[in-house]
Write a protein that binds this ligand. Sequence first.
Ligand SMILES: C[S@@+](CC[C@H](N)C(=O)[O-])C[C@H]1O[C@@H](n2cnc3c(N)ncnc32)[C@H](O)[C@@H]1O
Length: 191
Amino acid sequence: MTLRYKFSVFFILFILFTVFLNNIGSIASFVVLSFIFFMLFKYGTVFFGSSWKPMKKGAIEKVSSIIGRNDNVYDIGCGDGRVLSHARKSKNCRVTGIEIDPIKCIISYLRVRGWKKDVSIVFGSMYRKSLRDADVIIAYLPQTTLDELQNKFLSEMKKGSRVITCVSVCKKLCLVKEFKKDRVYVYSNTK
Ligand SMILES: C[S@@+](CC[C@H](N)C(=O)[O-])C[C@H]1O[C@@H](n2cnc3c(N)ncnc32)[C@H](O)[C@@H]1O
């Protein structure tokens, strides 16, 4: 995420906040406040070193088709929880979401029903969370982030577990399946 991009988001938020303070109590302030929330939801992730791009419906369906009912599924960088929510509904599997953006984390928690048994939505960095329990790790992340994570995958993945990526690729793992149209890739740590 470039510094210029971060600065632009910060600048727009600053302007909006100033307009909000100058119009506090009026109808205009509610409109501006809604826009501030929209900006924070859509672009707030840039302040945590990444961007947010939700996975497309076709890709989500392909990801769910790989998951088994008994799998323990991790979505590292779970965003608004749409992938885990689909996995829960279609497979009723155990799910864990890890998300660094607090707003997305709350949305994920509500969407996937984080208070339920077998559901866990964790606020924090994926680099600090162990992936040893996961049968399936969903990683829809920028290529640079995925490159940094590959050694973590290799050292923490248990035998037979899979990593599912979308758009970005894992060069150090073994590709076992791919859905070319949706750019969904399934990797294993064993041949
Ligand atoms: C491309 S979005 C994918 C969102 C979701 N998995 C989906 O498919 O719709 C990447 C997400 O990873 C999150 N993220 C980036 N770096 C992170 C980190 N170090 N720890 C946890 N989450 C992170 C971002 O906040 C963003 O929501």
